[in-house]
Structures are given as structure tokens and as C-alpha cells.
Design a protein around this ligand. Structure first.
Ligand SMILES: [Zn+2]
Length: 241
């Protein structure tokens, strides 16, 4: 004896199949030509993705006016709060979420939100120099930089005695210096802004590449001959932006 529920289930299935047959598949799964003849039966239909809508909102938390971006995303399953390092506060929610639901969640998390927003506000932002400002700085410092680099290379190379060709100053974003295979030494113009200790390390580093064209143990042994605490200085230089 089948379980009564099983029987009902089976009846529904049979009915569905029969009714589908009767209509020759529902119109959703059927493509017909102008004459009404079925040209294609679509096994599944995928709905076009619904768009994400964004809007600017405001809420008062502990007397502080807070702005946020509400992003209604059909794909999201729950309300999510995110505060970016830029200070931007973004709320993502499914479209069915009501404004009351969203606001009550924000209020529930008010302490966390305010803490985050105020934290990012107090983080010291290093002002990025514009391209024009950087060009001007390079023009202003390059002669000083060349003088410093030339003097320091001459001084430290009295110890190493490697052969080198030209010393040039570059306006590079990420590199402090480089040494080419044919013996040219390049330094970032910001060498002029470094402390003596850091500039010395930078120069010694590039000089040692004239002897060891890599960062092997042999290379660091060479560096250590004149700067025994190079590891500390190196870390310090890495922190300079
Ligand atoms: Zn190197």
C-alpha cells in the first residue's frame, strides 16, 4: 500500500504531465513561427538578471548625520553593512528588504559603524602628489640628488673598488635605485630627501650589485662589510614612501 501522501504526490505529477501535454508545453517553453508552428522547445528559461539599484541615503546615529549608499541587489540574501577605508558606508540588501528593516539593522550596529567611520577619518592620509607636483619636485631635487649620489658612490667605492660607468638620477615611482649589467648606477631623485644613513645604505646596495648581480648571500656579505646593520637600515628604507 503506498502512503497516502505518496499517492497524492503521484496524482499531481500525472496531472502536471497531462496538462502540459494538453497545451503542448506552456508558452514559456515554446517558440512558434508566424504561422503558429512550434519551431523550438526551450528546455529551461533563464530570466535576464535584474539590475542592481543604488541610492544615496542618510541616517542619524547618536546625533551624527551619516550618509550611506544603499545597494539593492537581487542576488543578495541578507542585509550587509560595509565601511571602506575611504570612509564610504555601503549597505547591500535584497530588493524585498524594507527601509524599516534596513534602518533598524543600521541602528542596531550603530556603535560599530560610528567606530569604523571615525577610525578611518583619523587615519592620517599621506597626500598624494599630483603628476605636476612630482615633476616640479624632481626638477628641483635632481641636481642635489646627483651631487649626493656621485659623492657617496665615490666615497663608498674607495672600499669596494668596482668599476662603474655613469651615475644618473631617475624619477621612478617604486624603485630607489638600480644597477645595469654594463655598470651604470641609477638612483631615485628622492635620495636627496633621505637621511645620510639611508642614502649611504642605498648607495652601498647598488655598488655591491657591481660585484654581485643578485640578492644572494654573497651579495649581502658584501653589503655587510661596510654596513653591518644593513638589515635594520633596509627595513627602515622600505618604510619610507
Ligand atoms: Zn638590489
Amino acid at each position: 500500500m503506498p502512503h497516502p501522501f505518496q499517492k497524492i504526490k503521484r496524482t499531481i505529477k500525472t496531472l502536471q504531465r497531462k496538462s502540459l501535454k494538453a497545451v503542448g508545453f506552456s508558452s514559456r517553453f515554446r517558440r512558434t513561427n508566424r504561422a503558429g508552428k512550434i519551431v523550438r522547445i526551450i528546455k529551461s528559461t533563464r530570466r535576464a538578471p535584474r539590475p542592481i539599484t543604488t541610492s544615496q541615503k542618510q541616517i542619524t546615529l547618536s546625533g551624527q548625520e551619516i550618509e550611506y549608499i544603499l545597494r539593492l541587489n537581487p542576488r543578495s540574501k541578507s542585509i550587509r553593512l560595509a565601511i571602506h577605508a575611504s570612509g564610504e558606508f555601503i549597505v547591500t540588501a535584497p530588493p524585498r528588504a524594507t527601509q524599516i528593516m534596513i534602518e533598524s539593522l543600521i541602528k542596531l550596529k550603530a556603535n560599530w559603524i560610528l567606530e569604523k567611520i571615525n577610525h578611518f577619518k583619523t587615519v592620517v592620509k599621506i597626500p598624494r602628489k599630483s603628476k605636476a607636483e612630482q615633476k616640479a619636485e624632481y626638477a628641483r631635487l635632481r641636481n642635489d640628488a646627483l651631487k649626493i649620489a656621485t659623492e657617496k658612490v665615490a666615497y663608498w667605492n674607495t672600499f669596494y673598488n668596482f668599476k662603474y660607468k655613469n651615475i644618473s638620477i631617475k624619477n621612478q615611482k617604486t624603485r630607489w635605485g638600480s644597477c645595469s649589467r654594463n655598470g651604470n648606477l641609477n638612483f631615485n631623485y628622492k635620495i636627496a630627501l633621505l637621511s645620510d644613513k639611508l642614502a649611504d645604505y642605498l648607495v652601498v646596495h647598488e655598488i655591491c650589485h657591481l660585484g654581485e648581480f643578485n640578492h644572494s648571500a654573497k651579495f649581502w656579505t658584501l653589503v655587510a662589510k661596510t654596513i653591518p646593520d644593513y638589515a635594520i637600515v633596509r627595513r627602515e628604507l622600505k618604510g619610507v614612501k
